[in-house]
Ligand binder design. Structure first.
Ligand code: ZN
Ligand code: ZN
Length: 282
């Protein structure tokens, strides 16, 4: 049993999650959390139903600030955002809010559809994924996967942030190896190259249980095989649930801890007392 439990990847009704932030705090308290971070999808260039609206950002900060005061003796609360990397201009959307935040998560969800110029998601509706695959990459999944990881590498080179979000999100629609075999040499080579680059830039990678919670994947991001590589490269990890409803805050956490220990991890990173630190899990 761990002494400290936390998650820093949390959505709510202000973006594509459900429920108020206070409901998440109450759930975290009932689950014995030491710290909880909020990370709505950053407002900015992408105005759609899953990003926070710009007009809601000041309320978001005020409400987290209020909750920090109300619950300060019982749990540490942190204000963050999940920032989107956009390949067109290399922008990490929401970076301009960094000064007002306790932490940031950087994620690649979108790729620009070359024919229309529109951004399509790799983890949203399957039709967007297949449109990208067919139109941008001539139905060559290896090219698609390679491109996805190269965008993450660009983001790592060009920006600083606290956590890299769900680094193998490209597998979200690949349940039952529908599109590719992650055991194949080419996949290992591409993902391994990416992880080496992450290690070189001292990137903190999250172990994200959200794909399982929502029934999309049967394993965490990153895959157990990639986690093993992370461990051998000395990459530090943080355990996050990417919860979209309050009850999921610690979803699959004990199994994820077991997996981490199996892969050789003895600690995870946590933001405690305002400082990122390594905390033992065994
Ligand atoms: Zn995400
Ligand atoms: Zn998220």
């Amino acid at each position: 049993m761990r002494r400290y439990i936390s998650s820093y990847h949390t959505h709510c009704a202000l973006d594509d999650g459900h429920g108020t932030m206070e409901e998440y705090v109450l759930s975290a308290l009932s689950k014995g959390f030491s710290a909880l971070g909020f990370s709505c999808h950053a407002p900015g260039a992408l105005q759609d139903e899953w990003h926070m609206k710009k007009d809601d950002f000041s309320y978001y900060l005020e409400e987290i600030h209020r909750l920090k005061q109300v619950y300060r003796d019982r749990i540490e609360l942190y204000a963050g955002l999940e920032l989107d990397y956009l390949e067109g201009n290399g922008e990490l959307v929401g970076s301009e809010y960094k000064d007002q935040l306790d932490f940031t998560i950087a994620s690649v969800h979108m790729i620009r559809h070359t024919a229309s110029g529109e951004y399509l998601s790799v983890d949203g509706p399957i039709g967007e994924f297949t449109t990208l695959l067919e139109d941008n990459f001539d139905s060559d999944i290896e090219k698609f996967v390679h491109y996805y990881y190269s965008l993450e590498e660009r983001m790592i080179r060009e920006h600083s942030f606290d956590i890299l979000g769900h680094c193998d999100l490209i597998k979200k629609h690949n349940r039952d190896n529908r599109f590719f075999d992650p055991q194949s040499q080419w996949y290992k080579k591409i993902s391994g190259h990416f992880l080496k680059s992450a290690a070189k830039h001292n990137v903190r990678i999250e172990v994200n249980t959200g794909g399982i919670a929502r029934g999309a994947t049967r394993e965490v991001y990153p895959s157990p095989a990639m986690l093993e590589t992370c461990r051998s490269l000395g990459i530090t990890v943080v355990l996050n649930s990417d919860a979209h409803q309050a009850g999921d805050l610690d979803f699959f956490f004990s199994s994820a801890d077991d997996l981490l220990v199996q892969q050789g991890y003895r600690s995870v990173d946590m933001l405690l007392h305002g400082i990122w630190q390594e905390v033992p899990i065994v």
